[in-house]
Structure formats: C-alpha cells, structure tokens
Design a protein around this ligand. Structure first.
Ligand SMILES: Nc1ncnc2c1ncn2[C@@H]1O[C@H](COP(=O)(O)OP(=O)(O)OP(=O)(O)O)[C@@H](O)[C@H]1O
Ligand SMILES: [Mg+2]
Length: 316
C-alpha cells in the first residue's frame, strides 16, 4: 500500500461471532479530504471507524491510517488522530476548561503549551465566556463543539467524527460544519459519518455502507450522475399512498419514494413522463396533483442505491 493516502483499506472485515459487521471494505481517503461515511443504522460505519482508530482489530483484510498499519501500529495512529465517538464522553461535572485540560493531559500536550492551546480551542469553538461553565449545563450544540475541541487538543492530522451532529439544531449543525471546513483548510483529513443529506452534500467524497459492504464511493456529483439513470420528478397529490401506487405502475418509472410530503419518482425521460403523470393524476381525481422535474438530490441517490441492494438481496 502507498503512503500518500490518509486512509487506505483493502478487504477490511470485522465479524462479531457469526455476524459480519464489516464485509471486505476497500477504500482510500486522500489527505486533506472531507470524507462522508453514510449508511443506514447498523451498516457498519462505527465498526469501520473503530478499526481505523485502532480500537478494535480487524477479522480480516488490511488497513493503514496516515501510513501506519491499523493492526501493528495502532499506538502511532492514536497519537496522530482525533476521534469523536458516536456517544462521545465529556465529563459533565467538569467545567469547560477542565474538560479541555483533561484531554490535553490524556493526549500528552506539554505543560508549556497547554494554556495557550486551551485558550485557542475555546476561541475556535466559540466558547469564550463559558470556560467556567459546568459542561452538564451546556446545550447540545455547545457540548458538541467542546467535544470537537477536546478531540483536536493535540493537533491531529486526521479526525474521525462519528455522527457528530446527531440531535442538534440546524444552526448548531451549520456552526459545527464551519469548524470542520476550517480544519480541512488547515490540511486536516476529516472522516465523518452523518445521516444528514445536506451535510453529505458538502463532503468531497462519500462512501455508502449497506449491510457491512461499501456499495458506492464517489463525489456527490459523481454519485448523482452514475446512480440516477434518468431524471427525477417531484410529485404532489393526496392521498399519497394512492398517488404512489399509480405512479409506480406507470411506464418509464423505476423508483418512487416519499420525500416528506412529496414523492420523488425516477423516470427515464422527464419531458415525456411529466405530462403523462399529470394527466394520470387528473384522470384519477387526485387532489392537488402536481408533477415537476427537479435536480436529483443525494437522498434520491441513496434511496435508489439502497433499493438496488434490497432487490439484490431478494434475488440472491
Ligand atoms: N461489539 C459488538 N458485538 C456484536 N455486534 C456488534 C458489536 N458492535 C457492533 N455490532 C453490530 O454490528 C453491526 C454494525 O454496527 P455499527 O455500530 O458499526 O453500525 P453503524 O453503521 O455505525 O450504525 P448507526 O448508524 O446506528 O450508528 C450492527 O448490527 C451491530 O449490532
Ligand atoms: Mg454508528
């Protein structure tokens, strides 16, 4: 394996007993990339990250992080990465500055450097004025930023963030992503899992996990091009179940899925199918029927990809 990638795996596999949690995952993440790691619950994201961070050992395959072998050189990896786990642990009964000092200690940040580094992180995380607040009293968004600050106290070259924005409001998510981009601009490689499509959209590249396997790996634009074979129509009309059944049965429609109050249908030819479907809804007496061609979103990509996997499982 070459040393130019921040992460490089080959057939990385992890079993728990008979259960295959991660199944021959091969991927590369370039240095400086913001890499989004997506997939349904239980698809193996956290297990992969825990192997890459040297916290659990692979059952098979190989992996390198920052040029170090995840099996043999996990200590070298741990010293160079930051990891914000899915259930990250801050000490609730410590003050903001005390949590930072604790992690500085854990990561071996020298005493001479510590005070300046903590001050820098407080500013970065926007926690100025809250240094003496008890961590337990911080809102979710502040806690998340403090957890990020703790994860980078030792200036890691690479950052693993496992669902860092779960459960925080949109404004806090936006602020958190600003911090991620700033780190990426400074050359830090970021490997981040998320269930939010707007966040995935802003990653340089995305890997999609399904059932322990990596089923897609590309840029957001590349995924849309390669996965969506045709065009996307947005369809309104009530009752939605009835509309969905009608649309799914129509010629040229390959996939129909709800996106909030609307349906998205993947069709072979938008200019041809949109008027046909409009007429179909009108003829069926659908209330508020409307059909419009839209650009595919990443959500369309994932619905399609996951749909293909489910079909594959059914036939396999
Ligand atoms: N220590 C363990 N022992 C047994 N099974 C485990 C263990 N850790 C994870 N698993 C199983 O492995 C599968 C993958 O789990 P993992 O946590 O990697 O998924 P995930 O993609 O991170 O999901 P989520 O989006 O819910 O965080 C799940 O079915 C999980 O139950
Ligand atoms: Mg997880």
């Amino acid at each position: 394996m070459s040393r130019s990638y921040a992460v490089e795996t080959s057939d990385l596999t992890r079993r728990f007993g008979d259960f295959l949690a991660v199944d021959r995952v091969t991927l590369q993440v370039e240095a400086g990339e913001v890499f989004g790691f997506l997939g349904p619950n239980g698809s193996g994201k956290t297990t992969t990250i825990r192997m890459l961070c040297g916290l659990i050992s692979p059952s098979g395959g190989r992996g390198q992080v920052l040029g170090f072998d995840i099996g043999r050189e996990s200590e070298a990896i741990k010293a160079r990465i930051g990891y914000m786990s899915q259930k990250f642990s801050l000490y609730p009964d410590l003050r903001v500055s005390e949590n930072l000092a604790f992690y500085a200690d854990v990561y071996g940040v020298g005493r001479s450097e510590r005070t300046a580094r903590i001050a820098e992180l407080v500013t970065m995380a926007g926690l100025t004025g809250r240094e003496r607040e008890l961590t337990a009293n911080l809102s979710g968004g502040w806690k998340q930023r403090l957890a990020l600050a703790c994860a980078i106290v030792h200036r890691p070259q690479m950052l693993f963030l496992d669902e860092p924005t779960g459960g925080v409001d949109p404004e806090a998510r936006r602020a958190f992503w600003e911090l991620i981009y700033n780190l990426a601009h400074q050359g830090v490689t970021v490997f981040v899992t998320t269930h939010y499509m707007d966040e995935a959209e802003h990653c340089n590249r995305i890997g999609l996990m399904y059932g322990g396997r990596l089923v897609a790996l590309d840029t957001p634009v590349g995924l849309k091009r390669s996965v969506i074979d045709g065009a996307v129509l947005e369809i309104e009309g009530m009752p939605q179940d009835h509309v969905r059944t009608l649309v799914a049965a129509h010629a040229g429609v390959s996939e129909v899925a709800p996106h909030g109050a609307r349906l998205h249908a993947i069709v072979d030819d938008a200019a041809l199918r949109a008027p046909q479907l409009t007429a179909l809804l009108t003829a069926a007496g659908i209330e508020g029927g409307r059909v419009e061609a839209i650009d595919p979103s990443l959500e369309d990509v994932f619905v399609t990809l996951v749909g293909q996997q489910v079909v594959g499982e059914g036939s396999g």
